[in-house]
Ligand binder design. Structure first.
Ligand code: GLV
Length: 331
């Protein structure tokens, strides 16, 4: 009997920059660690809708991120699972388009390294009042705000998946005490004290800095609202590299304008792109980055493809897939 072959379609989102593109060279480079699996793959590629429709006609596995979802069951009758080039799956909900029996796996793990650096930057910047000092510079004002150092201060990391792990490691590296919130309650190597989501309100009054790193689900939408912000110590800082809607944005803006918060460092906003007329742009003591904080441009797609190849290897060997998304939990 010949070796089992598997049809895989790799769908790049239309118009994305080179670092989000999948091509033969990147697949072959990632495949150096998976030579047998690579040999078994019959790959097709697309970067626009027509090519996508052609490519999924007989594909068993789809690798992609924001592909056309309409009538997928009909268009891709052989499809068995989808490997996503990213972590958060909220953009795919509701899942009514997902053909019955087709599994979803994500690329959890791909953001850890860059999240570590982003959170390191954000914590150091906030602790040095950088957002306020940038305002003074723009106003040509030589005004001092002096600050202490981070060891001994407390960071609260909400969500301890791959992004939150990077965040917790950053806080630990800076000598901080690290509190973490995790649904599973499983201990984490960089977390000193763990809380369940139901106990978030007990953790907030102790947090000099809160880092949001959780997926956006029904349970986490607005997890940081007016009541939660009020529980933070005066002068606390907020970092968000999850999704904009984890925060009640008007409440955050209000807390910044009132000087309740020392500052915020946001990589995500509601909506994205944030429209020019949004009031958030002008909130004081805020640094806003346009969803660039967690993706390492040189390593992103190569890492996603290694995650995909490991899952294809498992699939061909009859082993369970990694990083399966639980449709009910939303991650
Ligand atoms: C990016 O935001 C992702 O979820 O991968």
């Amino acid at each position: 009997m010949g070796e089992r072959r598997v049809r895989v379609h790799l769908a790049t989102d239309p118009g994305v920059p080179w670092y989000y593109r999948m091509d033969r060279e990147k697949l072959e480079a990632a495949g150096r660690d998976f030579p047998d699996t690579l040999r078994q793959i019959e790959a097709s590629w697309s970067d626009e809708d027509e090519g996508f429709r052609r490519g999924v006609r007989d594909a068993e596995i789809l690798i992609g991120w924001k592909f056309p979802k309409e009538r997928l069951a009909e268009r891709a009758p052989a499809l068995r699972w989808i490997q996503l080039n990213g972590a958060g799956v909220d953009h795919l909900y509701p899942l009514d388009w997902l053909p019955p029996g087709v599994a979803l796996a994500n690329a959890s793990g791909v953001h850890t390294g860059k999240s570590f650096e982003y959170v390191l930057m954000a914590l150091v910047a906030l602790n040095n009042s950088l957002p306020r000092l940038i305002g003074y510079q723009q106003a040509r004002e030589w005004r001092k705000i002096q600050s202490g150092t981070l060891p001994g201060r407390t960071a609260l990391v909400i969500g301890l998946g791959a992004v939150g792990s990077g965040a917790a490691r950053a806080a630990k590296t800076l000598g901080m005490r690290v509190l973490g919130v995790r649904r599973s309650g499983r201990p984490h190597e960089h977390v000193d004290e763990l809380f369940r989501p139901a106990d978030l309100r007990r953790a907030l009054p102790r947090a000099d800095y809160v880092v949001l790193a959780t997926p956006l689900t029904g349970e986490t939408t607005g997890i940081l609202g007016a009541d939660e912000l009020a529980l933070l110590p005066d002068g606390a800082g907020v970092v968000n590299l999850g999704r904009g809607r984890l925060i009640h944005q008007p409440a955050l803006e209000d807390a910044l304008r009132r000087g309740k918060l020392g500052g915020a460092f946001l990589d995500v906003a509601t909506p994205e792109p944030l429209p020019p007329e949004s009031r958030l742009w002008d909130a004081p003591d805020l640094i806003l980055t346009p969803h660039v904080g967690a993706d390492d441009i040189e390593r992103y797609i190569p890492h996603c493809l290694r995650i995909a190849l490991e899952n294809i290897r498992r699939d061909l060997a009859g082993e369970p897939l990694r990083n399966l998304v639980d449709p009910a939990l939303g991650y």
